[in-house]
Design a protein around this ligand. Structure first.
Ligand SMILES: *[C@@H]1O[C@H](CO)[C@@H](O)[C@H](O)[C@H]1NC(C)=O
Ligand SMILES: *[C@@H]1O[C@H](CO)[C@@H](O)[C@H](O)[C@H]1NC(C)=O
Ligand SMILES: *[C@@H]1O[C@H](CO)[C@@H](O)[C@H](O)[C@H]1NC(C)=O
Length: 393
């Protein structure tokens, strides 16, 4: 008996071993920090300790998150980040003007930010002398991985708050045949000749122009700081993607890609706040929830879009529409006759979904890619997308 106890106790340390984890995110939008929060939360509740580095590419996002991070280091541009002036952030409703060189805008800013971080003595003070078991970095740039290698973190994972990115797939050495794999930001209908040809042009652009440019600009700066760049992204041990394999388009993947879509779906409280219930009122046939993500403030909705929504919603008087939107000047008049439309400043999404057993959600679907709004798909809901801005890169 005593022997058995000793044996059991001796196995405990391995069963309860907790890890020191370093997170690095290139912060592009509010939803990215929300996603990171959920990941950190799920690590911390399992007993791990997490430090977080935030490379602040989008200076409109000022939060550090609400997570239970042990230590945070945040760096960014002294003034507004040039990324904050990107057209899709300034005016998400403006039709996109596509250019062959738009990736340079993104990459040049990310690389400048990398230089700011690498030259920041505070960042090195933050890292030096720490013993991390695992590093987790966003795969939108190379700098997190370079830092992790420089500080000898033995195991490195990547994470993306989106579906599989083209560069993730290239980094993992996966074949990206243009015949079957459409680019994440430029989805084409591959069942048509037009779609196939357009996809081939996108594919060639990404593989021969965008990817080599991004790789070169990032690796150059990393080398300038005396760090090794060999197999930097190729040696990532595991890649987490915020998607669900059931709704991914068919593509070649490796076992090191792990789908974690739905991880930041909050538990439902099972009841709605009284104030929310009062606003929604009686529901006849069902409810439809609108959400346009975190990058589209109510003030940027053009007048004609607001009129169009008001008119469209009036066509379905038996349904109650709930929209996370703050009324602007003149809106009382525009929406006066859309009595089945209710506005909430904050959307208790999960509770609404569960309580009304919702059938449909109208999500803002960035990048023209239905895979991006995977939060709901794990609940088996229909999510007809409203496409807003096509470009995030
Ligand atoms: C975010 O963390 C940094 C630490 O690097 C701190 O200086 C800053 O005040 C924090 N910002 C907020 C909004 O909490
Ligand atoms: C790399 O690590 C060394 C300490 O080992 C540090 O002095 C140096 O600043 C680091 N460089 C970068 C770019 O992280
Ligand atoms: C609302 O309905 C009234 C009466 O039918 C009409 O006069 C008014 O123009 C309508 N307002 C809008 C914004 O459609």
């Amino acid at each position: 008996m005593i022997l058995r106890c000793i044996f059991l106790i001796s196995t405990l340390p391995s069963a309860i071993s907790t890890l020191n984890i370093l997170f690095y995110i290139l912060l592009l939008g509010k939803s990215h920090i929300d996603f990171t929060d959920s990941l950190i939360e799920s690590l911390v509740v399992r007993g791990h300790t997490v430090d977080l580095i935030i490379a602040r590419m989008n200076s409109h996002v000022t939060t550090n998150g609400t997570s239970r991070t042990s230590r945070i280091y945040s760096y960014g541009f002294k003034e507004d980040s040039p990324w904050s002036k990107t057209p899709h952030l300034l005016d998400p409703f403006k039709p996109r003007v596509r250019t062959w060189n738009e990736h340079r805008h993104y990459m040049d800013i990310a690389t400048e930010l990398c230089e700011i971080g690498f030259s920041d003595p505070g960042l090195h003070d933050f890292l030096v002398g720490q013993k991390y078991d695992i590093g987790i970095a966003t795969e939108y740039d190379y700098c997190g991985f370079a830092l992790m290698r420089n500080y000898s973190i033995p195991s490195v994972a990547s994470v993306s708050s989106m579906a599989i990115l083209d560069q993730q797939s290239i980094n993992a050495g996966m074949p990206n045949s243009a015949a079957v794999t459409s680019a994440i930001f430029e989805t084409e209908d591959l069942t048509t000749w037009y779609g196939k040809i357009a996809n081939f042009l996108n594919w060639a652009h990404i593989n021969y122009i965008v990817y080599p440019y991004c790789q070169k600009s990032q690796l150059d700066i990393i080398k300038n700081h005396g760090l090794h760049v060999d197999n930097l992204v190729e040696s990532i041990d595991i890649q987490f993607v915020n998607s669900n394999e059931l709704i991914e388009f068919p593509r070649v993947v490796t076992p090191k890609m792990k789908y974690i879509g739905g991880i930041n779906l909050k538990e439902s409280k099972g009841i709605l706040d009284e104030s929310v219930e009062r606003i929604i009122g009686d529901v006849k046939e069902g409810i439809v929830v609108f959400c346009f993500g975190t990058q589209v403030p109510s003030s940027v909705f053009p007048l004609e879009v607001r009129h169009a929504f008001a008119q469209a919603i009036r066509q379905f008087p038996d349904f109650t529409f709930v929209w996370k939107y703050e009324l602007q000047d003149g809106d009382e008049k525009i929406f006066a006759n859309s009595t089945n439309l209710k506005f909430l400043k904050w959307l208790p999404q999960t509770d609404l979904l569960i309580i009304f057993s919702m059938q449909n959600v109208l999500p803002r679907c960035s990048m023209n890619d239905p895979r991006h709004q995977n939060k709901f798909s794990s609940n088996g809901l229909n999510t007809p997308p409203v496409t807003l801005f096509f470009t995030e890169i």
